[in-house]
Design a protein around this ligand. Structure first.
Ligand code: SF4
Length: 330
């Protein structure tokens, strides 16, 4: 048998594993569902519980109400904080507004908050690598606003100033590109040679694993599709990582219906993955869409096993409706 050329090779999909839901997202989504079951609708949720359109719409149908601020929630109600975490001032707003709270902050974000608090107590200047305006960065910065300076990528390093170059530490948002973050850290280290690194990785296991898997398949695919929402930091990073790893074309889509048939022109191999806030049903829909166009052959590209799970927020074990009613009486 002669060698197969790219054009004679059968069309196929390389499906990344791991992909989709991480432990923090899984916990946050189940927390909203459990709260609705346990306390009844409505359950108010401050900001999107996770950055995924489908998840938010599904929970809305079940009785969750998403608000921008805790101050919008009527007194005597329950408000849940999203997986991205909140600043201490938001906890205070909820208490002032006589709200019972459920904190669905991912434990890996809480870990970064605790690091920020500890280094601030020791009077370090904290250089927080992250994207300006992202909810997680706003929450972490709120833990120690006088000590934290945001560094939004390597090009931002030139503007950074500190009080004492011997007391500087960097921390980061959990959902960044690993490679770009290391570039920023290298630039910071050049400027501040005594810069201290965080005690353990701030970029979480799920973000790292999804980037490793997408790198693995990007070099073999002419087109990479990442399922995820436009405001999902880790999903956007996956598209960037795919392009940097050699994929000639890569796109982020919320749903199969957003895929443009023109992207498939001349494409033999499609790489497919999904961000940490994406339920697998959306990937299955993309697989069906691709199969209908001749890409029925699916090969799994597995680079890691994931088994981490987090227990549900402790507040789900209490009677929060009664607590909220008491708060209004006080
Ligand atoms: S992406 Fe990472 S930090 Fe964010 S919720 Fe998932 S596990 Fe937690």
């Amino acid at each position: 048998m002669g060698r197969m050329t790219a054009t004679s090779r059968p069309k196929r999909v390389l499906l990344a594993a791991p992909r989709g839901y991480c432990a923090g997202v899984d916990r946050a989504v189940i927390a909203v569902e459990k709260a609705l079951e346990q306390y009844g609708a409505p359950i108010y949720v401050r900001h999107e519980i996770v950055h995924n359109k489908y998840v938010v719409q599904t929970l809305e149908k079940k009785g969750a109400i998403f608000v921008d601020q805790a101050t919008e929630v009527p007194p005597g109600n329950i408000v849940m904080f999203s997986a991205h975490g909140v600043a201490p001032s938001v906890h205070k707003e909820a208490a002032d507004g006589k709200l019972a709270t459920i904190d669905a902050t991912c434990p890996l974000v809480t870990k970064v908050h605790k690091e920020a608090v500890r280094f601030a107590k020791e009077d370090f200047d904290i250089l927080l690598i992250g994207h300006e305006g992202h909810e997680e960065v706003i929450g972490t910065s709120g833990e120690a606003p006088d000590h934290i300076t945001l560094v939004d990528g390597p090009e931002d390093v030139a503007n950074v100033t500190v009080r004492d170059e011997s007391k500087v530490v960097w921390l980061s948002q959990t959902t960044l590109s690993v490679d770009e973050t290391m570039e920023t850290v290298d630039a910071l280290k050049e400027k501040f040679p005594q810069l201290i690194s965080p005690p353990s990785d701030d970029i979480c296991y799920a973000t790292q694993n999804r980037q490793i898997a997408i790198k693995e398949l990007a070099g073999q695919a002419e087109l990479v599709i990442v399922v995820g929402s436009k405001n999902s930091s880790n999903s956007i990073r996956m598209v960037e990582v795919a392009k940097q790893a050699g994929a000639p074309d890569a796109h982020l889509v919320d749903f199969a219906s957003e895929i443009d048939e023109a992207w498939l022109e001349g494409v033999t191999t499609v790489g497919l993955s999904s961000g940490a806030s994406v339920p697998d049903v959306l990937v299955e829909e993309v697989l069906e869409w691709l199969s209908a166009r001749g890409y029925g052959d699916v090969e799994i590209v597995k680079t890691a096993d994931e088994s981490l799970t987090f227990s549900l927020p402790k507040e789900l074990r209490r009677d929060l409706r009664a607590e909220a009613a008491e708060l209004v009486k006080e």
